[in-house]
Design a protein around this ligand. Structure first.
Ligand code: SF4
Length: 169
């Protein structure tokens, strides 16, 4: 399936309750030949407003930290497991994750990344696919609030850089 078709399906999706009262679906963005995907759990209010992933405070922190380590945001594909914001930004329910997960799997099948970086809680629900490396890192929203978490997050991003270098060789 083409990514455009997939995006259209996501924009019109009503497979779970979350589409109600949202402004935009947030399918994700990035190059279709990206070697690296970043996957979060679900979009927040800023993402709902703009229809783009990781554009709020946590997203800006992520983008800035990646840049400090030489990773350009525009070189990676960034998305979430669940494509619509939740009411009051609650954690998505299991049935909502199950309903939305096929979109992430379809995106992975289109992009065929070598590495998937799992941001925070997404690690629990993202299926592990043979032939893809996975790295779990602290969610940037936690990393930006606590110094200890921030230090750990930076170490983890340094590991991501090493993995990316290994992919290229
Ligand atoms: S969260 Fe996912 S499954 Fe639920 S309506 Fe949105 S796109 Fe569809």
């Amino acid at each position: 399936m083409l990514m455009e078709e997939l995006n259209l399906q996501i924009y019109g999706c009503k497979k779970c309750r979350l589409w109600k009262d949202t402004k935009h679906a947030v399918p994700g963005e990035g190059p279709l030949n990206a070697k690296v995907m970043f996957v979060g759990q679900n979009p927040g209010a800023d993402e709902d407003e703009l229809g783009r992933p990781f554009v709020g405070r946590a997203g800006k922190y992520l983008t800035k930290t990646l840049a400090e380590y030489g990773i350009k945001r525009e070189d990676v594909f960034i998305t979430n497991i669940v494509k619509h914001v939740s009411p009051q930004n609650r954690k998505p329910f299991d049935d909502e994750v199950r309903a939305c997960l096929p979109y992430l799997i379809a995106q992975i099948n289109v992009i065929k990344p070598k590495l998937i970086v799992l941001l925070g809680a997404s690690a629990k629900d993202t299926p592990r696919i043979d032939g893809i490396e996975y790295i779990q890192v602290i969610h940037p929203s936690a990393a930006m609030r606590f110094t200890k978490m921030s230090e750990k997050f930076r170490q983890q991003i340094a590991e991501v850089v090493k993995e990316i270098a290994a992919i290229k060789t």
